[in-house]
Design a protein around this ligand. Structure first.
Ligand code: NAG
Ligand code: NAG
Ligand code: NAG
Length: 301
């Protein structure tokens, strides 16, 4: 049986009304928790359960985009992670972040403990206006955090996109937001001739790149348009954005359409190199590396 488009939408409207009705008739004890927002990725047969983080904003946390970087994949270019068909993914809780210092930073930062760190950290999150539908095809903003390429993660309270999303809705130009963990310090930017030979330099930047590929492949299910992707970043995140524009001598095209760099100075590369040499330890003893010099977060492009 086929419906003309008009009656199909009418059918949708009517069924939405009945769903609404049945919810509103539930006893309040059942109706009170806000239901998890759900995204169904029909292409890969994956269901994501998210959270409503603040009124008007839905988030899907801790989505894996790359395999664990522990063991033989340490220092190596990231490999994509694929959730198996049929997965119902619980995206309601934040996940691990990439190895970095746990020394508290600015007072307004969320502080980390050792338990938050893992080399299985290639996770991203998606945030969007509440009720976004797959057919909305919203512009996508992909955020690259700053932190000198030494620290930073997607669970910090200073990087939450709620206000950005609410303002985009208020402006009548709603956007969908993606942010990724990417490898830092020696794990993301180790420099050695051995890594040059295997083409594994700057893997932190390659992590970011892999997320842009993930966005192209998956953001449609979340209501984003893979044809309207803006990357933006602050400080070393902005430096990263610059490098993503210039990557591969621009021979491979760019998996995004526009870019915003926030608070990065020119000659930032030189600054990153200098800081790599002069900063105190950011790793502690856990990984057998004691000083920033040993972290060799030297940044050669
Ligand atoms: C999707 O996953 C469910 C749950 O495992 C399974 O029952 C169903 O057959 C799958 N559908 C497709 C099209 O693979
Ligand atoms: C998701 O995981 C969290 C933490 O383990 C748990 O509290 C919550 O009940 C889970 N949610 C669903 C829908 O399974
Ligand atoms: C993180 O630690 C700093 C320094 O101890 C403290 O000022 C700040 O309030 C902490 N942040 C949070 C979110 O607790």
């Amino acid at each position: 049986m086929s419906f003309p488009l008009g009656s199909l939408s009418l059918l949708k409207l009517v069924s939405t009304f009945f769903i609404f009705l049945s919810f509103s008739l539930l006893p309040s004890a059942f109706a009170s928790p806000i239901p998890n927002p759900i995204v169904f990725d029909i292409k890969h047969n994956i269901t994501y359960l998210g959270i409503t983080s603040s009124p008007g904003v839905e988030k899907f946390l801790n989505i894996p985009y790359g395999l664990s970087t522990a063991g033989s994949r340490r220092f190596a270019s990231p490999e994509p992670a694929y959730l198996p068909s049929g997965t119902i993914y619980n995206a309601t809780v934040p996940g691990p972040v990439c190895p970095q210092t746990t020394v508290p930073g600015f007072p307004w930062f969320s502080n980390l403990t050792e338990g938050d760190l893992s080399e299985d950290c290639l996770r991203l999150k998606v945030a969007r206006p509440v009720g976004t539908k797959e057919e909305d095809e919203l512009p996508v903003f992909v955020w690259v955090y700053g932190g000198g390429l030494f620290n930073g993660h997607i669970n910090g309270r200073t990087n939450e996109p709620d206000a950005l999303i609410l303002e985009s809705v208020a402006n009548g130009l709603p956007v969908i937001f993606v942010a990724m963990n990417y490898r830092l310090n020696i794990f993301g930017f180790a420099l050695s001739e051995a890594l040059r030979e295997t083409n594994d330099l700057n893997v932190g930047l390659k992590d970011q790149r892999l997320v842009l590929e993930w966005v192209k492949e998956n953001i449609g299910s979340f209501g984003g348009s893979p044809d309207k992707v803006t990357i933006f970043g602050q400080s070393s995140g902005a430096l990263s954005v610059t490098l993503q524009i210039l990557a591969y001598g621009r021979t491979k095209g760019a998996p995004f359409h526009s870019a915003i760099m926030e608070s990065v100075r020119d000659r930032a590369m030189a600054r990153v190199r200098k800081e790599a040499r002069t900063r105190p330890s950011t790793l502690g003893g856990n990984y057998g590396v004691d000083s920033a010099t040993e972290q060799v977060a030297k940044y050669n492009v």
